[in-house]
Design a protein. Sequence first.
Length: 233
Amino acid sequence: MLSKEKLKQMHGKAYVASFEKEQSQFRLARLIHSLPVSKNHKVADFGCGSGMLVPLLADRVDSYTGIDFSKQFIEAAKCKNQHSGSNINFVCADILTFCSNNQAVFDLAFAMDFSEHVYDKEWLDILKAINSSLKEGGKLYIHTPNADFFLEMMKKHNFIVKQFPEHIAVRDLQSNCDLLKSAGFSIGKSKLIAHYNVLRALHPISFVPVIGRYFKARIFIEAVKDNVSLQSR
């Protein structure tokens, strides 16, 4: 298991540069446009990276706050989105500390392509913290790779392709949902979707009986903050 300091080093300047070069905003745009986002929503983007959600949300919400522990990512986000509007803010902070200082503030939260970078124990702590930062009935949206996708299974066993070193905890749908429930969320909606790159051409195979489960590349979950507090459980 990698230390927290080692994980920070892995998400430094070199990773930021490669992320900006390789990642496509399409993977997020195909999801965000259909969400029930409104002008009175205060939004938190946890593990915001370089702020790829900003162009998709800035004009649709009351405020957007991006949070990331990587100083390099926050610097890139501020530079990239410096003309996006006064309702956009980026914070370099530990998520647990940030949420402790921002209780019941946000209507919506996002954790897009983030959970696979965090071990179960730490991710559960983060989810509980995010839960506390949401208003009653607030929603958290998660997008992450699916461990049951054939390519992720190949990576897990180092067969032909290797896993990204930063992807230390790729989970299946059930594991993701179980952690969310343990953190005080109920599952509003969940679905398995196509990959965002050329591999999305394989998605039709996902509807084939028996083998189809191995061709669903990505997981998208809408989780809702439960009315029952964690302390009363």
